[in-house]
Design a binder for this molecule. Structure first.
Ligand SMILES: Cc1cc2nc3c(=O)[nH]c(=O)nc-3n(C[C@H](O)[C@H](O)[C@H](O)COP(=O)(O)OP(=O)(O)OC[C@H]3O[C@@H](n4cnc5c(N)ncnc54)[C@H](O)[C@@H]3O)c2cc1C
Ligand SMILES: NC(=O)c1ccc[n+]([C@@H]2O[C@H](COP(=O)([O-])OP(=O)(O)OC[C@H]3O[C@@H](n4cnc5c(N)ncnc54)[C@H](O)[C@@H]3O)[C@@H](O)[C@H]2O)c1
Length: 461
């Protein structure tokens, strides 16, 4: 533990917190990073990386199941052990952050394990695992990157059951025979397909009227169709009214009176924060808010910056890292008046299901709600040359949303095989405001999935 006065204290070492802390330490500042759990945050230990390792395995299974229609026969014996082993050994080092702590210390930072809270402007009090309290004063200021925890809805009986959240699901050593997934957002959809492809009988109970409701309705419909074909039951517009666990079985009474039974239950119903516990009122902020409001340089108050999920600009690792770069530059004051400021117009997001849903910027509905003059174009992948060649597993589409007054794209979706990769070109178009006229004059390689962008642009109406 260094002296109680340092330059910067980073509370919460998620992907952005680790990054901003290391940048500042490398620049010569005296930086203390504080985390109650693991350096690196949710992403490497409980979220992106382990779930994408699962999906790498299930993508392989999905392709193997397509072999009979394309190349003879494939005899696959399901085995979860390599997936669990990869997560334990390659992704999380058995949920040990020793390497990440060392990486931060090598950059020049000091790590303190414990739960931090603001106890004054530029003051953080840390409760360490031994129950002691340490007060840190930050000359330049404090960066908050405390992320989110799984939200568990107040469903009668649920709290008394051994339900899973994402943190349990990434650590399972055995696939259950059956699984109820509460929530059909990105977490619910990705994990439902993983466990279904490994043999579990999966039911998704989704409160909203479609899956992945933050995305275009066509994306939710595409996933619902793909899931139905794989034997996943999708119940939309419903929630759980009561949950019990008896004799190794979950019994979930839905709010329409039906009952669904399963061996396990995964709660994937969104995320929550606790601004009171973080003590943001001590810095003059509203602690009844869901997060921390920041300006375009991540400033929340004098001597206080916030980055990542708590800023409400999209719960993605790439957002946390993007904001970290901007906050670091602001704290160091290196870029002066020409400093980069946050611009969220072209925020990309990818749900790594099969078909994969990549989207950027505004959906058609969001663009209309903003009062823009909207034209949309949609191209179905199965009717493209690449879709025809690809055959089984070719479902998907490219949809583009144009601000017709300015002649630029303000949003797009690329759904289908490698949708997140196809998305790259569309992110450039939205970010750089490439005129639609110019996009129509580009040469799109034949026969690729991204060539559907050309067709979608031609259909703008
Ligand atoms: C299952 C799942 C899959 C996901 N997949 C993807 C994906 O593929 N791609 C993607 O971009 N995003 C994905 N996400 C979202 C992604 O995990 C988060 O957006 C990302 O981790 C960034 O969060 P963050 O930087 O805000 O902080 P987090 O990663 O949430 O880290 C916050 C850290 O702060 C610590 N902390 C909290 N409070 C305190 C305190 N008071 N004192 C000290 N420490 C504290 C926590 O222990 C934690 O280590 C996924 C999320 C889930 C749940
Ligand atoms: N690939 C990625 O980038 C990725 C993957 C996973 C998660 N994430 C991010 O993590 C965050 C959390 O994801 P998530 O899927 O947990 O949350 P979410 O809020 O996106 O989706 C949760 C879903 O659960 C449903 N729901 C809420 N309460 C319910 C209830 N009582 N019963 C039934 N359904 C209910 C909602 O209708 C909602 O669609 C999101 O912001 C997401 O963007 C990103």
């Amino acid at each position: 533990m260094p002296g109680a006065e340092v330059d910067v204290v980073v509370v919460g070492m998620g992907p952005g917190g680790e990054d901003v802390g290391a940048r500042l330490a490398r620049a010569g500042l005296d930086v203390v990073g504080v985390d109650g759990r693991l350096v690196g945050g949710e992403c490497p230990y409980y979220a992106c990386i382990p779930t994408k390792m699962m999906i790498r395995a299930t993508d392989a299974l999905g392709e193997a199941r397509r072999v009979p229609l394309l190349a003879g026969a494939a005899d696959v014996t399901l085995d979860w052990a390599p997936v669990a082993r990869r997560i334990r050994e390659e992704a999380t080092d058995n949920w040990d952050d020793g390497a990440a702590v060392e990486r931060f210390e090598n950059a020049g930072g000091t790590f303190v394990r414990g739960w931090g809270r603001l106890t004054g402007p530029r003051e953080v009090t840390v409760t360490t695992p031994d129950g002691n309290e340490r007060v840190l004063t930050a000359r330049r200021g404090v960066v908050l990157n405390t992320g989110t925890d799984p939200a568990v809805p107040a469903v009668d009986g649920l709290a008394e059951t051994p339900y899973w959240t994402n943190r349990d699901a990434v650590a399972v050593e055995e696939v259950p025979g059956s699984l109820i997934v509460l929530g059909g957002g990105p977490v619910g959809c990705e994990l439902a397909q993983v466990f279904a492809r490994f043999g579990a009988k999966v039911t998704i109970v989704q409160h909203a009227d479609r899956l992945v409701p933050a995305d275009e309705p066509e994306a939710g419909e595409l996933l619902a169709k793909a899931f139905a074909e794989e034997g996943i039951t999708v119940r939309t517009g419903l929630s759980a009214a009561r949950v019990s666990f008896e004799s190794g079985q979950f019994q979930v009474k839905l709010d329409n009176g039906e009952t669904v039974n399963a061996d396990r239950m995964l709660v994937a119903a969104g995320r929550k924060t606790d601004m009171k516990a973080l003590g943001v009122a001590a810095a003059g902020l509203d602690d009844s808010a869901r997060g921390v409001t920041v300006d375009e340089r991540m400033r929340a108050a004098e001597g206080l910056w916030a980055i990542g999920d708590i800023t409400g600009h999209g719960a993605f690792t790439h957002m946390s890292m993007y904001q970290a770069r901007i906050a670091a530059a602001d704290i160091l004051g290196t870029d002066g008046d020409g400093a980069e400021v946050a611009d969220y117009r072209a925020t990309p997001r990818v749900t790594f299901t099969d078909p994969e849903i990549g989207s950027v910027g505004l959906s058609e509905a969001a663009a209309r709600d903003k009062g823009l003059t909207v034209r949309v174009g949609l191209s179905e992948l199965p009717s493209s040359s690449r879709g025809f060649v690809h055959k089984v597993g070719n479902n998907g589409f490219v949809k583009v949303v144009e601000d017709a007054d300015r002649g630029v794209l303000v949003g797009a979706t690329a759904a289908g095989p490698n949708g997140g990769e196809v998305l790259g070109a569309l992110v450039v178009a939205v970010h750089a405001e490439v005129p639609v006229k110019l996009l129509r004059q580009m040469i799109y390689a034949y026969p690729t999935f991204h060539r559907a962008i050309e067709d979608a642009l031609a259909k703008l109406a």
